[in-house]
Design a protein around this ligand. Structure first.
Ligand SMILES: C[S@@+](CC[C@H](N)C(=O)[O-])C[C@H]1O[C@@H](n2cnc3c(N)ncnc32)[C@H](O)[C@@H]1O
Length: 214
């Protein structure tokens, strides 16, 4: 696993989590409601699931509650993952944790569900977006699913001091490429801990090609 300890992205995100804690970051949500609504009915409990850029999100807690047994949370910030691990206590041992920069990461297996809330939108160049597309495609089992949420086209232009690329559902689908078929899209108004409203675009897609690429 690539270890980003000390890299510029890991320092940046560690500082963000250190300054605010898990519950005061702008993307904090007490319950991952939209994620769970989209996941409902898609998976068997033993299907491998990865939350990329999962940070300190409570999604992993809720999936453990539902009996999922093969969960991975990947994030460039070791501090964010520690916050999640502390919250989970002994249950943290049931989860695979990966401290890695997604763009440098080399997956060693495939997943039935790739979940990304508010990470892809930090990739603002065509090269970064192409790398993400390649990673998602090769990391997801043919027939598996991808859930992605980004700031909507009328959402904020920055998050945590970094520029973001905002997306409409159709351009998000285009970004994912021909290997994926969109199953549904959503618009969500996220309320930050300080009361600001942030529109998000959500997309659930299925990997429908079967090229056997690895
Ligand atoms: C806006 S937060 C969202 C966190 C989480 N998905 C949630 O919904 O609570 C973005 C997360 O992505 C992580 N991140 C940013 N760039 C990353 C990268 N290149 N590789 C892995 N994680 C990254 C950050 O550390 C942070 O935890």
């Amino acid at each position: 696993m690539s270890a980003p300890s000390g890299s510029a992205p890991s320092r940046h995100w560690d500082q963000v989590y250190d300054a605010k804690g898990a519950q005061q970051v702008s993307w904090f949500q007490p319950q991952p409601t939209v994620s769970l609504e989209l996941i409902d009915g898609l998976l068997d409990r033993t299907d491998p699931v990865i939350d990329v850029g999962g940070g300190a999100s409570p999604l992993v807690d809720r999936l453990l509650d539902r009996g999922h047994t093969d969960l991975t949370v990947l994030d460039v910030s070791a501090h964010a993952l520690q916050l999640a691990q502390r919250r989970l206590g002994d249950r943290a041992q049931q989860v695979h944790w990966a401290t890695a920069d997604l763009l440098q990461w080399r997956p060693e297996r495939r997943y039935m569900l790739w979940h990304d809330r508010a990470v892809f939108h930090f990739l603002t160049t065509p090269d970064e977006q192409a790398r993400y597309r390649e990673l998602a495609t090769t990391s997801i089992t043919p027939g598996g699913y991808l859930i992605i949420a980004t700031f909507a086209a009328d959402g904020p232009e920055q998050c945590s001091g970094l520029p973001v690329a905002r997306h409409r559902p159709d351009d998000l689908a285009e970004q994912l490429g021909a290997a994926f078929t969109t199953l549904t899209t959503r618009r969500e108004h996220h309320h930050t801990p300080t009361g600001a409203e942030q529109p998000f675009t959500w997309l659930l897609a299925r990997r429908t090609d079967d090229t056997g690429q690895s």
